[in-house]
Design a protein around this ligand. Structure first.
Ligand SMILES: NC(=O)c1ccc[n+]([C@@H]2O[C@H](COP(=O)([O-])OP(=O)(O)OC[C@H]3O[C@@H](n4cnc5c(N)ncnc54)[C@H](O)[C@@H]3O)[C@@H](O)[C@H]2O)c1
Length: 442
């Protein structure tokens, strides 16, 4: 039973252009995956927007449509793609190099399609990603020139592809660690800093700026600062555009944000959590540089602090030893191994241990997240939701929030928030899980 009228949402007519920054393992696995799904040679497993359902009304109403039938989302057949990358490989060559998808089963049959996606020259600077040597790069006197070239790319792609709407997603390498400074405080300071080639302006910020100036929503899949700065947040609000990040929540951190809330729910203590990874893809190589690793480390370390609230539970979580390591180990390629050793304690302080050994495939977990973000950011735009999209925290390791709010990391709270936002958009009742009406009928 509809409770309220919901939000006016513009229809998802025409094509949706997905502009990917970076054409590496994640982007090619995403694009090739979408094309395989469109041709009926695979299922979009891991994608909430494609596989998920949403319960509406009371449990007795038995209404659980698929999410994609409940809200208007772009159809997979309406997606068109482009990407930027400093490495000139087309999407086929890049996917073969990434070695994630089986060449014979999932790449060769769509070779022509993938070869048609050639990376645009990137706004790239090795200062921010030390381990890469790009040749397919833009040149310009100032960072502002580069941003203007990116804006032109956006306009050209829109015209060339016939896309009705666009979204931009950063799926490029993790940049070196930066913190918010004076250049990030206002649009005027940001634009001046671009003109002065200030080091505080990373390439990822140029893409985010170009997207917002061209009225394109922007999502950040890496832990870089990028759009998490006041100047760009305000720009997004002023121009009524959705933004969000940071860092796709895929393997180890996804598990952490499932397990830690369980310990806290049962008031079990935590003495230490040691997380280590071996990873052999290009991402692993980039993260082998201490400055890029620092950006990733901050993102991975943050989650426990917020979930466990040591200030409120000093006896349980006041003295947690939390360590995260990423080790570049080429033989494994994209097939990461993430080990967690968790030391917990229970009744009267007796210690126990949990070991998690997750033999995951990084890009297989990330690709459906890219798809959902593209579709939900487009939905947000059509529903006139602007600024930070906290309801999409579900997809991020370090969710951006409004100033003064702490981020919510618990995966199931994030899921509830996402689904309740969809219900709210469509004028359906919020689900509180109270359910007293099933027992107190009078
Ligand atoms: N796979 C996962 O599970 C996962 C999870 C969270 C975050 N991420 C992040 O997603 C990003 C992509 O991961 P990946 O495995 O595809 O890495 P990748 O190294 O295979 O691809 C990244 C691509 O970005 C390109 N690039 C670097 N700087 C660029 C720039 N300025 N402009 C355009 N392109 C640029 C690189 O040349 C490379 O081809 C990384 O930052 C990674 O940390 C991945």
């Amino acid at each position: 039973m509809a409770q309220q009228s919901g939000r006016d949402i513009a229809p998802a007519t025409g094509k949706l252009g997905v502009m990917l920054v970076g054409l590496g393992a994640v982007s090619t696995t995403f694009i090739a995956g979408v094309e395989n799904v469109r041709r009926g040679t695979g299922l979009p497993i891991g994608s909430l927007s494609q596989m998920g359902t949403i319960r509406l009304g009371k449990r007795t109403e038995k209404r659980s449509p698929k999410i994609k039938e409940f809200v208007s989302l772009a159809e997979l057949h309406d997606l068109v793609f482009t990407a930027w990358d400093p490495i000139p490989d087309d999407a086929y060559a890049a996917a073969v190099k990434a070695g994630v998808l089986d060449r014979h089963e999932h790449l060769d049959p769509i070779k022509d399609f993938l070869q048609g996606i050639k990376p645009l020259p990137a706004a790239f600077d090795q200062h921010y990603v030390k381990r890469l040597h790009g040749t397919n790069v833009k040149t310009g006197k100032t960072k502002r020139d580069l941003a203007e070239q990116l804006r032109q790319d956006v306009r050209d792609f829109k015209r060339r592809s016939g896309a009705d709407r666009l979204v931009m997603i950063w799926a490029a390498s993790t940049e070196v660690f930066l913190t918010t400074g004076p250049a990030h405080q206002s649009l005027a300071a940001f634009e001046r800093a671009m003109e002065q080639n200030d080091q505080a302006i990373a390439p990822s910020m140029l893409y985010a700026y170009a997207a917002l100036m061209e009225s394109v929503p922007f999502a950040n899949g890496a832990p870089n600062l990028t759009v998490d700065i006041p100047a760009l947040q305000r720009l997004a609000e002023e121009r009524k555009l959705p933004i969000g990040g940071k860092d796709f929540k895929t393997g180890q951190t996804m598990m952490k944000t499932v397990l830690a809330p369980a310990f806290k729910a049962r008031m079990l203590g935590l003495a230490g959590w040691y997380s280590t990874n071996i990873l052999g893809n290009r991402d692993g190589e980039v993260l082998d540089d201490p400055e890029s690793f620092k950006t990733k480390e901050e993102s991975k370390l943050g989650v426990l602090e917020y979930i466990l609230q040591p200030d409120q539970y000093p006896e349980l979580y006041g003295n947690v030893f939390h360590k995260v390591r990423i080790n570049y180990y080429p033989p494994r390629g994209d097939n990461k191994e993430g080990w967690d050793n968790i030391d917990i304690f229970g009744w009267l302080g007796y210690p126990m241990q949990i070991k998690v050994d997750f033999l995951c495939r990084d890009s297989i977990l990330a690709a459906p997240i890219v798809l959902d973000l593209a579709l939900f950011f487009d939905l947000a735009q059509r529903a006139r939701l602007s600024g930070i999209q906290e309801w999409l925290s579900f997809y991020f390791k370090s969710p951006q929030t409004a100033p003064g709010l702490y981020p919510e990391h618990d995966l199931f709270i994030q899921q509830t928030k996402l689904k309740n936002t969809l219900r709210w958009l469509m004028g359906e009742e919020q689900i509180t899980h109270l359910g007293i009406e099933y027992y107190e009928k009078a």
